[in-house]
Design a protein around this ligand. Structure first.
Ligand code: ADP
Ligand code: MG
Length: 422
């Protein structure tokens, strides 16, 4: 893969696909980690005399056509403002993605200037399954610039126009963030030092069954998973231990016959989860589930937390965090780890009363000497708010789905496009 740092960019206009998909609360950015992570590539290109046009998505615009989506938002306005503050220079926000406004800006930009296109998902073509539809948008994007730099790691698993099709139309290279992310994930997929412990939490088990299947050595749980063209090992190494918490744990507990009350449960996934439990046992992968819980009678920040000893959750209550015995247990299971990957908070950390499990897991992992990687939008935001030392983890990945698919051994379309040709 060609590096953006090796491109001659003086006097050129560079289109950078970045991942600026930050969490918003009441229209304000609640965690700017992804904007910060995209700065090194932008600064380098600007310092070397490029005009830089940044393309990114934000949230999930809905609506039938461009006009409806643009009217409904979210606009990248707050992101443009924050990016300007962090770069210490003005950032011109186009009124559209690749229309008249973007064209005028591209034609009149000078070296060292930055512009940001509006939310690329205002264009329904961005996420289209139809190659021609995506190709038309990619053509308009490519026409804005001389060179393409892919640096939006968190979107690399999407076969989208700005991620996959646009780089095929221009000379292209990978940005610093993408190269750093891939370097770390490659260490996880090629002979991790053992014990290799994986902690998975978050919400839905269905999102993460494929990666769990790989970590416990199941045969591919998704027969459509492409593996052959993958640039990295197609069968990722098994974990030695898998610690499962968060919303997904209740489907595992239900599969073992425990009561889960009103906790998050995906009953339709119980057969798959049962198969994973059997695969783990067969492969000798230790699968560790919560042994106690913090529950409440409703899903709310001001709900009263109550510790429930034992794995069963009483009727009329829901599990919102792991309990103290589980915190101890997970701490012991992490103590001798040499490699750790963590995705998904073990509790509803957004509510402070249910954040103790997330803090404890973060602290236990930060005490590990070895490679420690945190991946996932919510997980990364959660740990950044804990005020742990800057070197608490080897790497905080900006990618959630992208890192999981990489660990599954799948080819990421965005990476494949950057590897293609020159
Ligand atoms: P990431 O973005 O790091 O990949 P996910 O998106 O999978 O993580 O999951 C994050 C969400 O999981 C958080 O919003 C958190 O509140 C939620 N979560 C964690 N534990 C529970 C639980 N016990 N019940 C419901 N939701 C939970
Ligand atoms: Mg998430």
């Amino acid at each position: 893969m060609k590096r953006a740092e090796d491109l001659e960019v003086r006097g050129q206009t560079v289109l950078v696909r970045a991942d600026l998909n930050v969490p918003l609360g009441a229209g304000a950015i609640t965690d700017d980690g992804r904007i910060r992570a995209s700065l090194p590539t932008l600064r380098d290109l600007l310092a070397r005399g490029a005009a830089v046009i940044v393309c990114a998505h934000l949230g999930r615009p809905t609506g039938d056509g461009y006009a409806a989506r643009a009217a409904g938002g979210p606009s990248l306005r707050p992101v443009a403002d924050r990016l300007a503050e962090l770069l210490g220079q003005p950032v011109t926000l186009a009124d559209d993605v690749a229309g008249e406004s973007a064209r005028v800006i591209a034609d009149t930009m000078d070296a060292g200037e930055v512009a940001l296109l509006e939310n690329v998902r205002f264009e329904p073509a961005e996420t289209s399954k139809d190659d021609e539809v995506r190709g038309e948008l990619a053509g308009r994007l490519a026409a804005l610039a001389d060179v393409y730099v892919g640096d939006g790691f968190g979107a690399m698993h999407r076969k989208h126009a700005s991620v996959y099709d646009a780089p095929l139309l221009l000379p292209h290279a990978a940005g610093q963030l993408v190269l750093a992310e891939v370097a770390v994930l490659r260490q996880l997929t090629t002979g991790p030092a053992r014990p290799y412990v994986v902690v998975l939490g978050g919400a839905k088990v269905s999102d993460k069954l494929a990666v769990i299947g790989n970590l416990v050595g199941s045969a591919s749980p998704d027969p459509t998973t492409p593996r052959s063209a993958s640039p990295h090992p197609t069968t990722p190494p098994k974990a030695d231990r898998l610690l499962i918490a968060g919303g997904m744990a209740y489907t595992f507990l239900a599969a073992q016959g425990h009561r889960v009350g009103d906790s998050m449960l995906q009953a339709d996934q119980i057969p798959q989860v049962t198969a994973v439990l059997a695969d783990a046992a067969r492969a000798g992968v230790e699968l560790v589930l919560p042994v106690d819980h913090v529950v409440a009678d409703r899903f709310a920040a001001d709900a009263r937390p109550e510790v429930v000893p034992g794995p069963d959750i009483p009727d009329g209550t829901m599990g919102l965090d792991i309990g103290p015995a589980t915190i101890d247990l997970f701490g012991r299971k992490l103590a001798d780890a040499k490699t750790v990957f963590w995705n998904g908070p073990p509790g509803v950390f957004e509510f402070p009363a249910f954040g103790a499990g997330t803090r404890a897991v973060a602290e236990a992992i930060s005490a590990v000497t070895g490679l420690t990687v945190v991946g996932g939008g919510d997980s990364a935001a959660a740990v950044r708010h804990l005020d742990l030392p800057a070197d608490a983890f080897t790497h905080i990945s900006t990618g959630g789905g992208a890192s999981l698919e990489y660990l599954e051994g799948r080819e990421l379309p965005g990476l494949a496009a950057l590897e293609d040709g020159t």
